[in-house]
Design a protein around this ligand. Structure first.
Ligand SMILES: NC(=O)c1ccc[n+]([C@@H]2O[C@H](COP(=O)([O-])OP(=O)(O)OC[C@H]3O[C@@H](n4cnc5c(N)ncnc54)[C@H](OP(=O)(O)O)[C@@H]3O)[C@@H](O)[C@H]2O)c1
Length: 308
């Protein structure tokens, strides 16, 4: 048996509890990872509440969590290129809010010694999402990109990747996060009424493309207005709101890819151009508190669960 955070019904964060669950065995092409850090994504709370039950149906008991960093402790049949004892990070097949989780070997990357567990687990979902959105947007060096929710887990990584790619980045956040956005190389703008005018004031040459990680406060409409159409706007949240404005919504539904995004992120970290920020880390037993903070909507960087 192994310890995990378990969901046996939909509800508020209080429905998350720790329990002993069967120790999973790795299948062909899979490994078992002793988890050191698990990423908490905004999606996890939406799944927990039941709000996403149509799109992401779950079977109870459900162990949440999409990504982990940890140590390989068992190899399934046919795994090549990974050994027991190696430090890895990436996507998991079983829930990552657990002391042990199963992952496809192909979806794990060796963790460099210079990147700690919490920084590593801040990368998979955020870097892959930014990479995928930038691909869809066709962003090019020299362009101006607007990133909504720029101080969040995805936004902070997206801003740094875009800056490193040679874009001018305008990021929306509350004033408390403006110094943080400046430290990432972005021009901060407060969200809320008058957003489009404030963006215009700092972007005399206009905005070429927009990544919407906010999905509220008129972010989609402002993006369409500022870029001059829906073509170069991509939303990663609120698909219905995006559709209303003819804006593309993207989601990692095929569960593949990500290798190129991780490669780019690690290269940027090595070059001193990307530093994943962790908002807070909690032990597994405090997963409910991590979800409360996530649902506050004001996380700066990544929320992480740790296993001692
Ligand atoms: N489709 C996909 O593939 C995909 C992948 C990953 C995430 N997502 C979704 O994308 C969204 C962002 O993810 P995340 O992990 O970055 O979330 P997050 O870390 O929880 O985002 C928190 C950030 O949102 C900012 N924020 C709150 N209200 C805002 C507003 N009205 N305008 C602009 N920013 C605002 C906050 O800034 P302040 O604290 O300064 O207010 C905070 O920094 C979530 O809805 C998530 O589910 C989608």
């Amino acid at each position: 048996m192994t310890k995990a955070v378990v969901l046996t019904e939909f509800g508020d964060p209080g429905v998350l509890h720790t329990a002993e669950v069967p120790l999973p065995d790795p299948g062909p092409g899979q490994v078992r990872v002793a988890v050191r850090a698990a990423g908490v994504n905004a999606l996890d709370a939406k799944i927990r509440s039941g709000a996403m039950r149509q799109v992401f149906p779950v079977t109870f008991p459900h162990v949440p969590g999409l990504e982990a960093a940890g140590v390989v402790e068992a190899l399934g049949e046919g795994v090549e290129g990974l050994d027991v004892g190696e430090e890895v990070f990436g996507w998991t097949v079983t829930g990552s809010y657990a002391e042990q989780a199963i992952a496809d070997a192909a979806r794990l990357t060796i963790k460099p010694d210079t990147v700690d567990w919490q920084q590593a687990v801040a990368l998979p979902v955020a870097a892959e999402t930014a990479y995928r959105a930038f691909d869809l947007l066709g962003v090019r060096p020299g362009e101006t990109l607007l990133v909504h929710a720029a101080a969040g887990a995805v936004g902070g990584i997206a801003v740094q990747i875009a800056v490193a790619r040679g874009l001018t980045v305008i990021g929306t956040a509350s004033p408390a996060n403006h110094d943080y956005l400046r430290s990432l190389g972005a021009v901060p703008v407060a969200y809320g009424e008058g957003l489009a005018d404030r963006v215009r004031a700092v972007a005399p040459g206009g905005v070429d493309a927009a990544l919407d990680g906010a999905g509220r406060g008129g972010s989609v409409a402002a993006s369409v207005e500022l870029t001059g159409g829906a073509e170069r706007v991509v939303a990663i949240t609120d698909p219905a709101g995006a559709a209303e404005h003819g804006v593309r919504y993207t989601s990692d539904t095929d569960g593949r890819g990500g290798e190129a995004a991780i490669e780019e992120a690690l290269a940027l970290i090595a070059a001193g151009k990307l530093a994943p920020r962790v908002h807070a880390a909690y032990p597994l037993a405090d997963a409910a508190q991590a979800h409360r903070v996530s649902e506050s909507g004001h996380v700066t960087g990544k929320l992480v669960l740790t296993v001692a």
